[in-house]
Design a protein around this ligand. Sequence first.
Ligand code: PEP
Ligand code: MG
Length: 326
Amino acid sequence: EEKLLRSVIDKPAETLCGKKISLQANIDFEDEVLNIEKYRADGIGLLRTDTLLMNAGPISMDGKRQEQFCQTAYSGSGSALVTIRLLDVGGDKLLDLKTREANPFLGWRGVRILLDRRELLRSQLKAICRVAGQQPGRTRILVPMISNMDELREVKTELESVQKQLAEKGTPIDKNIKLGVMVEVPSVALQVKHFAKEVDFFSIGTNDLTQYTLAVDRGNHLISDLYQPMHPAVLAFISMTVEAGDERDVPVAVCGELASDPFAAMVLVGLGVNELSMTPRLIPRVKQAIRLHTIREMGELARQVLASVSIKEIKKLKEEWQSAYE
Ligand code: PEP
Ligand code: MG
């Protein structure tokens, strides 16, 4: 791995035919920020802010800590974009909640919590906007677990009101903050053409999109065989998202684990995804795979994969590709 790292680290993340692909970092904790520079990530595609949530008692948030975390993220990313995801708690990212839910993944999580606990949403937006104001043009805010348009509109209204309040107090703001949604619930993928009119970017969360599309709990070992992010239905949703994004010039990223698998990354690029976000350590592998192929080759691969109706077929394609190139 060290050897691979050294051989590609300073080479550009582009295809054999010269198309630039943005390889970004998924960051969960402050101390991982150093890896952005180390592995030459192109900014942050997913900053998971949930790790800062105070666990004690009712859900609450320390605004200053949030600002500090964002600041650290910006300073570790040079001048690149930073994609900050709003708190995504619930599901497997459990809080010390009093209420136990029968189906936490289908329950009170992500934006649903934020819209029920507006003070939490507002204080996080305020922390992000304050930092964004000092570094205009670099901020993307990503909303997790969106399942309908109204949730997006509510968040947009809150963002506008927080920005207005800051401006009135004379705090510098960035009028160009981009607002985007996670595509991780099938209802959003199915309505993605409509969402494309109201967002600045999409980020596809294949970890959740897989579990919600296939009805397979992402953490349940009994059914881990059924958990297949390369299932044709999941890929069809990804393809629909890329198409809808392209139509309106809305950038589409993939930030789920799938993006860090070299074969899958080639399929994604072949489908038209231009941004892949992953654990920084995994960037060199993906970069190497992409550098070995042209867009045409990856497009052909994507077409084959999209034409498949079975996971077995797709796995077979994967083996063929790997034996041909490794
Ligand atoms: C996803 O769902 O793919 C994702 C990136 O978010 P998380 O794994 O934090 O749910
Ligand atoms: Mg998710």
